[in-house]
Design a protein around this ligand. Structure first.
Ligand code: ZN
Length: 249
């Protein structure tokens, strides 16, 4: 991989930057927002080993999206790799008792994107993991991009039987802070309610929020389909057929 400053190739660019000959690449504001949204959802920054710089990893079944993200992060990403196969996930869940009757055909392969090490992840680790566990920072500011990447990780559409869909975002990790989560949307005249470990939006607010967040990234088109339940289900099915894989033993 080529260092953008000196133009030389290195196997481990993070280490090259760490040595200080060339600076760490600057993170553009939109990338920082994408990383923030992902950290609210599936992304996490593991404890760094002493002497090392931090990184983020994003595990997901949606390979199309992760490949798009890999491309968008550019030099900051080390690529997408298979983390656990469908068979391994089912077997894990049987063994731990999480789901004693787990069947592999109901699971999808889990992929992970690993970033390079960068000081921005040291800062984020400090801000987001004050006591070891992840906690949304009090000064968190939602932008359309932050909200979009949080939504695609933990959000869903519920069509129910009333026709127009309602949006929900699961936030079990923040279950003591419902009012704080609701307040994130105050400035946008969107008023979700936090109930049963998730934010629930009205039909009108769902439409406002989807429009405000902007276009769906590749792989998550179904979460943006408000017009028809049948179309939503078709796109969702396609997402699992096209954007996820199943390795069965
Ligand atoms: Zn260099």
């Amino acid at each position: 991989m080529r260092c953008p400053s000196c133009g030389e190739d290195f196997d481990r660019l993070g280490l090259h930057w760490w040595h200080g000959t060339c600076p760490y690449p600057e993170i553009e504001p939109e990338i920082e927002e994408i990383l923030t949204g992902l950290l609210m959802g599936d992304g996490s920054i593991p404890v760094r080993r002493s002497g090392y710089t931090s990184l983020i990893h994003v595990p997901m079944t949606n390979r199309t999206f992760l490949e798009w993200l890999d491309d968008r992060l550019g030099i900051l990403s080390t690529g997408v790799s298979l983390k656990k196969t469908a068979s391994e996930l089912a077997s894990n869940n049987r063994q731990t008792g999480f789901s004693p009757t787990a069947r592999e055909e109901n699971y999808h392969d889990m992929y992970t994107l690993w970033s390079r090490t960068h000081p921005i992840f040291d800062e984020m680790r400090e801000t987001w993991y004050p006591d070891g566990g992840k906690r949304f920072p009090g000064r968190l500011e939602l932008t359309p991009t932050v909200a979009k990447f949080w939504y695609l990780c933990d959000g869903y559409l519920d069509f129910g039987s009333w026709g127009r869909p309602r949006l929900g975002i699961k936030a079990r990790n923040e279950k003591e802070r419902g009012e704080f989560l609701e307040s994130l949307f105050d400035t946008f005249d969107i008023s979700p309610k936090y109930r049963r470990h998730e934010l629930r939006f009205s039909c009108d607010d769902t439409e406002l929020l989807i429009e405000w967040m902007g276009e769906a990234p590749p792989g998550f088109e179904y979460k943006w389909e408000l017009d028809s339940k049948a179309e939503y289900q078709r796109l969702k099915k396609r997402a699992y057929e096209v954007h996820a894989t199943q390795t069965l033993s």
